[in-house]
Design a protein around this ligand. Structure first.
Ligand code: SF4
Length: 201
């Protein structure tokens, strides 16, 4: 930011997606609340980020759902649960069929699950890929070298920028440092790994 005098929409979108909401600038800025200017960069970046999710979404029409994220998620979860309850009744004749007590795959065979979730998974991968490509075309400054790509990938995998730059982590709401924002993605990864192992076992 210190090298530029002007910021176009693509620059702001790029900056907003680089921001990981650590809060450091909020505590460093003398004009942050309770100052009357109330400059809150993390909040502004979060708003722009949310807008980019909608703007670059594929298919475009589904991007509008980001505006009502909570409602969309709640309705989708309720609809998914209802679908499985209806399926359970249709396939076993009863919700309380004995296999429900112990053998999940006796009610929903493995191949049925794969035929339902594989297309959803592939759609998600396609939608994310096309969305990222659209975003990249807008913000990319030019050709990216292999070395830069390798460095960026290594930084992302090691969560380098979630250590606060000094190893103490990001700011908490009380201005203390915490490494929890770095630990949660790792826990999430372990959790998914454990679930996959359970499924294959
Ligand atoms: S310091 Fe942290 S919160 Fe502020 S813009 Fe950078 S990443 Fe975002």
């Amino acid at each position: 930011m210190t090298r530029r005098l002007e910021f176009g929409k693509a620059d702001i979108n790029y900056l907003a997606n680089l921001c990981h909401n650590c809060g450091a600038c909020l505590y460093a800025c003398q004009y942050a609340p309770p100052h009357e200017f109330a400059v809150d960069v993390p909040r502004a970046m979060a708003k722009v980020r949310a807008r980019t999710y909608a703007d670059y979404a594929w298919p475009r029409a589904l991007g509008a759902l980001y505006a009502r994220n909570g409602l969309t998620l709640s309705v989708a979860t309720a609809a998914g649960l209802m679908l499985f309850l209806v399926l359970a009744v249709a396939m076993t004749g009863s919700l309380f069929h004995p296999p429900l007590a112990g053998n999940f795959y006796a009610v929903f065979p493995h191949n049925l699950m794969v035929s339902m979730f594989a297309p959803i998974f592939l759609f998600a991968v396609l939608a994310l890929t096309l969305g990222v490509r659209r975003f990249w075309k807008d913000v990319a400054p030019g050709v990216v070298s292999g070395a830069a790509m390798t460095e960026a990938t290594a930084n992302a995998l090691t969560l380098k920028y979630l250590d606060g730059g000094h190893g103490e982590g990001c700011n908490e709401s009380d201005d203390e440092f915490t490494l929890w924002r770095r630990r949660f993605p790792s826990l999430h990864f372990l959790w998914v790994h454990a679930l996959l192992r359970l499924d294959f076992a």
